[in-house]
Design a protein around this ligand. Structure first.
Ligand code: C2O
Ligand code: CU
Ligand code: CU
Length: 450
């Protein structure tokens, strides 16, 4: 027998819907997900052809718990192949939604996986068909996935989920994707496609309400094709408490946080300004570009959302735990191989993606180091499917603390090293640049674990 899922959290600054999910008392979560065309306005006053999951952009939030068995019954009403990729999740190969398992127009697919213990965090889902990920995400297909732990040390804090996604429309109000060989098309290929519309949960400049004294937990997802967000909340510092794969061991106080495409962060916002005041959440300029194609307005800060204090008198701030959770160590001494990945423009180790080729073969259970070297003058966010990793060092500088990641930004001409253990799930796993234009043009490879 199914019972309605009970979700304790308040999700979404704009109050977007939780997915209609059912959970049995034993932790079986079943979800129906449909990708389909949708006529809508991208805030331009002119309707255009978009694509949506369950009629919503972003797609509804899938809210599950560690240990749950998740079954997503997916159906596609798109006119081309698609998949649903569960970005960052540790799951069986056939549930990964990679280009190896395309869903044709009118097709169905059942994604089934068990959410591992220790994986509580903020993830997301998006299409991943060969060559068409950027197109489908640009038209609206993206959504968040939240995994909760029974012993969540921050469960007492009110939550906001912020899904960041930029876009660009043409004069007719349609999603603007230039012809590939045109000059704007070539600039998009170089930089990755960016747009001047900065959506948060599908709306522009939402207001997030807060009462003075409160502490809010913000889960932030970068679902943009190429935009980097250097986030600041005016007048506030942030307590950085988590990354792609969930919470750190201890909170870290920061003035700002950089979010490359596909990365997630969790931060605590301490509402220590006066009742009735406002603060903007802004993305500051970040120079990830080569000079030749750097957008003219790249130095302009982008306002994203507004934090509005109610007039109510301050509440007593809640306690923030000094320790969050242990993050197990992956030891360098256990690594049996180092994989060197040289990133150039559109290629990894001088090659473009070939689904018929395996680029790296590794034994199940092995611990390995990946050394990702960026040879060119622009940043590339490097993502590995299926396995969370730990960054060891960047340009030889040891990472200050341990955390789980599935994407690491490798700045211009820099090197990052991470360590990963393929503890389960044999299969073929993609690794790629998460600037979608780069990925779609083949800046991707295949790791086979067996
Ligand atoms: Cu968001 Cu291949 O990944
Ligand atoms: Cu992924
Ligand atoms: Cu790239």
């Amino acid at each position: 027998m199914f019972v309605a899922s009970t979700s304790c959290a308040v999700l979404g600054a704009a109050g977007f819907p939780l997915i209609r999910q059912r959970r049995t008392p034993g932790g079986l979560v079943t979800v129906d997900l449909v990708a389909a065309p949708k006529r809508m306005e991208f805030a331009s006053g002119r309707p255009c052809d978009a694509l949506a999951y369950n009629n919503s952009i972003p797609g509804p939030v899938l809210d599950v718990r560690e240990g749950d068995r998740v079954v997503v019954r997916f159906r596609s009403e798109l006119a081309e192949d698609t998949t649903v990729h569960w970005h960052g999740m540790h799951l069986p190969f056939d549930a990964d939604g990679s280009p190896f398992h395309p869903v044709p127009p009118g097709g169905r697919y059942e994604y089934a996986f068990t959410v591992p213990r220790g994986s509580a965090g903020t993830y997301w889902y998006h299409p991943h068909p060969h060559h068409r990920t950027g197109y489908q995400v640009a038209h609206g297909l993206h959504g968040a996935l939240v995994v909760r732990a029974d012993d969540d040390p921050l469960a007492h804090l009110p939550e906001q989920l912020l899904v960041l996604w930029d876009n660009r429309v043409d004069d007719a109000g349609s999603v603007h994707i230039p012809e590939q060989r045109s000059i704007p098309g070539r600039i998009d290929f170089e930089n990755g496609r960016e747009g001047p519309m900065h959506f948060v949960n599908g709306v522009l400049d939402p207001t997030i309400r807060v009462r003075a004294g409160e502490v809010q937990r913000w889960r932030i997802v970068n679902a943009s094709a190429a935009r980097y967000y250097r986030l600041v909340l005016e007048g506030h510092t942030l307590l950085h408490v988590g990354s792609d794969g969930g919470l750190f061991e201890v909170p870290v106080e920061v003035p700002e946080v950089l979010l490359a495409p596909s990365e997630r962060v969790e931060v605590l916002v301490r509402a220590n300004a006066a009742p009735g005041t406002r603060a903007r959440l802004v993305s500051l300029p970040y120079d990830r570009y080569i000079p030749q194609t750097r957008p003219a307005n790249w130095t302009e800060p982008c306002p994203l959302a507004t934090l509005a204090y109610t007039d109510a008198p301050p509440v007593e701030p809640p306690a923030i735990p000094a320790r969050l959770r242990p993050v197990p160590v992956l030891r360098e001494a256990d690594a049996t191989a180092t994989r060197v990945m040289a990133l150039s423009q559109g290629m990894i180790n001088g090659r473009r993606m070939d689904p018929a080729r395996v680029d790296v073969t590794a034994p199940l259970g092995a611990t390995e180091i990946w050394q990702v070297e960026n040879l060119v003058g622009m940043d590339h966010p490097f993502h590995l499917h299926g396995f969370q990793f730990q960054v060891l060092d960047r340009n030889g500088v040891p990472e200050p603390f341990r955390c789980w990641k599935d994407t690491v930004n490798v700045p211009k001409h820099e090197v990052a090293r991470f360590i990963v253990r393929y503890d389960n799930h044999p299969g073929k796993w993609m690794f790629h640049c998460h600037i979608l234009d780069h990925e779609d043009h083949g800046m991707m490879g295949v790791l086979e674990v067996r």
